[in-house]
Design a protein around this ligand. Sequence first.
Ligand SMILES: NC(=O)c1ccc[n+]([C@@H]2O[C@H](COP(=O)([O-])OP(=O)(O)OC[C@H]3O[C@@H](n4cnc5c(N)ncnc54)[C@H](OP(=O)(O)O)[C@@H]3O)[C@@H](O)[C@H]2O)c1
Length: 317
Amino acid sequence: MTVERFGDPSGMAMTDAPVPAPGPGELVIGTEAIGVGGVDAVIRRGTISGYGITTGLILGSEVAGTVTAVGTDVDESWVGRRAWAFTGLGGGYAEQALAQVDDVVALPEELSSIDSVALGTSAPVAHFALAHAHFAPGESVLVRGAAGSIGVATVELAAQGGASAVAVTTSSAERGARLRELGATHVLDRSGDGDPDAPASFDVIVDIVGGPDTAEFVDRLAPNGRMVLVGAVAGFPPADFGGRLLSAFQQSRSVATFSLDSVPIPARDAVRADQFGAAARGELHAVVHDVLPLAQAAEAHQQMDDGTVFGRIVLVP
Ligand SMILES: NC(=O)c1ccc[n+]([C@@H]2O[C@H](COP(=O)([O-])OP(=O)(O)OC[C@H]3O[C@@H](n4cnc5c(N)ncnc54)[C@H](OP(=O)(O)O)[C@@H]3O)[C@@H](O)[C@H]2O)c1
């Protein structure tokens, strides 16, 4: 599935391409499930230029399936094993996908490929974002933009980590109810209002939304509170939002960015493997919004553009 024209989803097309040949350090996965991520939509829209992105690009950064071939220096025992893989900025929306062996994690038998691509990126982001915020048991947490795949994982991990409260922002009561099932204790609207019993301030805010309202949420940090910006679904915060920190100097608040790219690959893979194990035991939950055929990738993207996705859409070839 390639992008033939940047813009709306109608610019995507099913295309015949040769089976990729693995080079040194690479392997090929026959895909059984393909995760549809927010970054795929950003690339499809043409918002990101550079990085070698041109029309004809195969979208998709997260796949799972069975290894079909390995490069000359890669352990041949990978062939035939079920695995999850990060494929980079593209290459995932395909029947055969190429990945670096360092970005591949073996899958437990009990975990479906579909569930693994709902968790493989988002759950490590949630784990390391909470760690980046120095989250500790007994602290209160607010997850801003909790209905996406990163948000649902952050809610569940914060609750399991012993948070005293896990508040979420979301746009509907129905989504709020589903987030409560994952461990949310307070459901707020997108402005952070709507529950008089919610804590007035939070030790940790994981912000997946960004945009102009970020400054208002800085004001919701408790003394010594930490906000970690994980995403920018509503765009970057205004350049002067740091003024809110300075005007509350005596509160000793912090704001940080966090990207999984800054975590060493072995640490990412170790946490991912642990989380796959937890999911296989039913201790961590993949939230799959819908499973669609690869040929309907444009429909999946339309749902993302419409904001109707709760968790993650998965494509199957
Ligand atoms: N830091 C990292 O390492 C990393 C890795 C991968 C991706 N990302 C970033 O994470 C983001 C995608 O995460 P995701 O897939 O979990 O999110 P998502 O599903 O795209 O969005 C999360 C939720 O935000 C809410 N939302 C959307 N627009 C909003 C707005 N204008 N104002 C307030 N709320 C809004 C929606 O929920 P409601 O309608 O319920 O409010 C939506 O479900 C992207 O910015 C991506 O670049 C970061």
